[in-house]
Write a protein that binds this ligand. Structure first.
Ligand code: COA
Length: 256
């Protein structure tokens, strides 16, 4: 049903693999549209608690499809479809985990940074080389990379084409963990499964509060956390979670 991605379900985890190996998973419009569609379907599926986006060992994604960019006019780009797909992914409420091996360049790096957690193989490489094409990152790179690694390293990566190794990414807080290449997907799926087994409503409220922490003042952020906490406190899952603890049994979540 999809041309450029492979989709499967592993337990409570929805897995999407980018699948244009000959182009190093370059993100053309079809791939981005399919990715957004698949993730939206998992977002709506009650049996899914988290999603993993991955590529293959050689490449997570080597950025936007440069051949497509070469042929795209400004008016075409301004119709905004590309940006819309990124927005769809950004607004997903269930946790998104990137399992990154090999090249995560340009839009690939931006796609990883748009996720909530990043598991990297020891062969992962992160870069924003758009400047070499006479453009700049357009999928959040200048904003997310700078917030994560700070101004000076972001300048080096974006202006000078500096490539970050997996270990450098870990040192600068850009990834959660680095594992041997043969384990990166397994590790990401395990992490996703652990998250997916937890109370769904509380998970979404927590994700929302953490993501908003980067935009809001502490005062506003604490207010938002309070609201989300009250919503969680009023849920059936809160009653189930606390009762299960008292009764020394595993909780059965309802997601409400
Ligand atoms: N868009 C379209 N095709 C791409 C691509 C992209 N972003 N990145 C790689 N490819 C294609 C190459 O053209 C090549 O195709 P070919 O076999 O038909 O010649 C194939 O994928 C393999 O790439 P190649 O360059 O031979 O592999 P490599 O291991 O020597 O180098 C990279 C890998 C990622 C360093 C290099 O491909 C590269 O710099 N890609 C562009 C990255 C980029 O600028 N991304 C931002 C885009 S806005």
């Amino acid at each position: 049903m999809y041309e450029n991605i492979l989709v499967e379900t592993v337990g409570r985890v929805g897995l999407v693999r980018l699948n244009r190996p000959k182009q190093l998973n370059a993100l053309n419009s079809t791939t981005l549209r399919e990715l957004a569609t698949a993730i939206t379907a998992f977002e709506q599926a009650e049996e899914i608690g988290a999603m993993v986006i991955t590529g293959n060992e050689r490449a997570f994604a080597a950025g936007a499809d440069i051949v497509e960019f070469q042929q795209t006019t400004l008016p075409e780009l301004m119709r905004g479809l590309r940006a819309d797909q990124y927005e769809v992914l950004r607004k997903v409420r269930k946790p998104l985990i990137a399992a990154v091996s090999g090249y995560a360049y340009g839009g690939g790096c931006e796609l990883a940074m748009l996720c909530d957690l990043i598991v990297a193989s020891d062969t992962a490489r992160f870069a924003q080389p758009e400047i070499n094409l006479g453009i700049i990152p357009g999928g959040g790179g200048t904003q997310r990379l700078t917030r994560q690694v700070g101004k000076y390293l972001a300048m080096e990566v974006i202006l000078a084409g500096r490539v970050l190794s997996a270990w450098e990414a870990l040192r600068h807080g850009l990834v959660n963990k680095v594992v041997p290449v043969e384990l990166y997907l397994e590790e990401a799926l395990e992490l996703a499964q652990r998250i997916a087994e937890r109370a769904p409503l509380a998970t979404r409220l927590a994700k929302d509060a953490i993501n908003r922490a980067q935009d809001l003042s502490l005062e506003q952020g604490l207010g938002l956390e309070r609201s989300n906490f009250l919503i969680a406190f009023g849920s059936e899952d809160k009653q189930e979670g606390t009762t299960a603890f008292v009764e020394k049994r595993k909780p059965v979540w309802k997601g409400r």
